[in-house]
Design a protein around this ligand. Structure first.
Ligand SMILES: [Zn+2]
Ligand SMILES: [Zn+2]
Length: 512
């Protein structure tokens, strides 16, 4: 019998503090894919999904106390608790808001312990409570309700039953998730959420809005819906809603971060939804300052752009491809000569994608948006999270719609960089009695030499790692970092493991 039921929260439930003026710290957290597993048993076999059994062979790999990297096991509760404890010790009262992009239950990968919808919602309730407990501040002398900083969750494909399938709303699933997330969703967004599972929060009132998209209506594995073209499809309605919210935001002089679980990739979205997302990103590039997603576990960034307008840069582009799901072995030969593992193939695609970005001449930047994939807490690789810095210096000039601006120049609310923190589980599991701490893995300013996270800065980085005119040394050092970071420092582990379990179940590995 598992015991992760939590007590009713309603009495001391903190209320969302978006209305009062708060001093800004200039930092926010992006965290994703907890995948907590109450069945996880330390020292059991990996074959059992870390759910039991005793290792038989001489050199067994078994479930570590704090989690098991390069396996298809989910997160032990010890890791979830260590994560929130670390956040409380280090970041409580230091963050302005939190982006939290879904998958708060375990995978359905164990036939002996199939998931139920009850379990999925209980695990979601448990993670939601942990956010509230960790980031709530007490009311003054018990008189005021506790307050919590804006926390913006979005729905993952593993937060629903069955996986991936969500019918148009309103429906019971959205109603149940709403109940769990009520402390996070602004009251005026209730009806929107109940109907579509998406909403926005003004994380800095009248200035910055984080839009939480329900990407399940764009996801090509969701067979209950069909794209973003037919008028009554929930995807179409969501894109229309998004367009309207962005128009309003532009009118009010606000800036926007877009967030959700599944990133806009050709491989993951239906064709019409991918196109619609791309179009909107470019059309509103003057106010969308970031695109933050989870689901894929691998730390990386990629570009989306409006193909039709790229014609004018034709003389730069020999092989423009936005579709980094295509693998061109020839072009990558010089960098990857090891066995073409799935990860190396993925890296090859990414390299080709970066290679196809034209140099940053007049107008090029405006044709692109940059999508960020955050690494996960579930230790597919090592568990990791990001703390972003953003620009809090308010520009006093009158608000005006400047199409050359903000996703392209460093200004008020521009993300400036992030520190990625991780836990090296190989080391931590040697000390089962010592709760691990997250430590710095890398920073965008230190390791990628980026002065901010505007679109031109990302284009420059992509160009630096692939431009043959630059010194090979510079290119190799940077590319090596991108390679290592993609798998959160577990490359040596991947290369020494037979990774049998991985090649058998790539869907668990990538969470696609
Ligand atoms: Zn996931
Ligand atoms: Zn997912």
């Amino acid at each position: 019998m598992i015991s992760f039921m939590i007590k009713n929260r309603s009495l001391n439930e903190p209320s969302l503090s978006t209305s009062k003026k708060r001093a800004l710290h200039g930092t926010f957290l992006h965290i994703t894919d907890f995948h907590p597993d109450p069945y996880y048993i330390a020292n059991s076999t990996i074959k059992s999904k870390c759910h039991g059994g005793h290792p038989k062979n001489k050199k067994p790999r078994f479930a570590g106390t704090w989690g098991t990297s390069i396996s298809s096991c989910d997160s032990p509760m010890s890791l979830v608790n260590a994560t929130f404890n670390w956040l409380e010790r280090n970041w409580k009262d230091k963050l302005d808001f939190i982006i939290w992009t879904g998958d708060n239950s375990r995978h359905d990968n164990d036939n002996n312990n199939p998931r139920t919808s009850h379990e999925i919602f209980e695990l979601n309730r448990m993670i939601a409570s942990k956010f509230l407990e960790t980031f709530s501040t007490r009311g003054i002398r018990g008189k005021n309700k506790p307050q919590v900083i804006p926390i913006v969750p979005s729905i993952g494909n593993h937060d629903i039953f069955p996986n991936n399938i969500l019918s148009p709303g309103p429906n019971d699933i959205l109603a149940t998730i709403y109940k769990i997330w009520e402390p996070f969703i602004p009251g005026n967004q209730r009806a929107t959420f109940l109907k579509g599972g998406y909403y926005y929060t003004e994380v800095i009132p009248k200035k910055l809005m984080v839009i939480s998209l329900n990407t399940l209506y764009f996801y090509n594995s969701n067979t209950a819906v069909s794209g973003c073209k037919a008028p009554k499809q929930p995807g179409t309605i969501e894109m229309e809603w998004l367009t309207n919210v962005l128009k309003q935001a532009r009118k009010r002089g606000m800036k926007v971060y877009l967030t959700g679980h599944i990133a806009p990739r050709k491989k993951q979205y239906t064709k019409s939804c991918y196109r619609a997302y791309k179009k909107i990103s470019i059309k509103f590039h003057d106010l969308i300052l970031g695109h933050y997603y989870g689901h894929s576990n691998m730390d990386h960034f990629f570009f989306i752009g409006a193909n039709k307008d790229l014609g004018k840069f034709k003389h730069y582009i020999e092989d423009y491809t936005e579709d980094y799901d295509n693998y061109d072995k020839e072009q990558f030969k010089t960098l990857v000569n090891k066995s073409p593992s799935k990860i190396n193939k993925y890296l090859a695609k990414l390299y080709n994608h970066y290679r196809s970005v034209p140099p940053l001449t007049e107008g090029v930047g405006k044709e692109y948006a940059v999508v960020h994939i955050n690494p996960s807490i579930i230790p597919v690789f090592y568990p990791a999270l990001r703390v972003f810095k953003y620009n809090t210096t308010e520009n006093k000039r009158p608000k005006s719609h400047d199409p050359n601006a903000p996703s392209h120049i460093n200004t008020f609310l521009t993300p400036l960089g992030y520190t990625q923190y991780f836990i090296n589980l190989t080391v931590s599991n040697l000390f089962p009695d010592e709760e691990p701490e997250y430590v710095v893995e890398y920073t965008t300013w230190g390791d990628y030499h980026m002065k901010d996270l505007t679109v031109p800065s990302w284009i420059n980085l992509a160009r630096k790692v692939t431009n043959k005119k630059l010194s090979q040394n510079v290119r190799n050092v940077l590319w090596k970092k991108i390679e290592d970071n993609l798998v959160v420092g577990t490359k040596p582990l991947i290369e020494t493991q037979s990774i049998e379990s991985l090649s058998k179940e790539p869907e668990d590995f990538y969470d696609f």
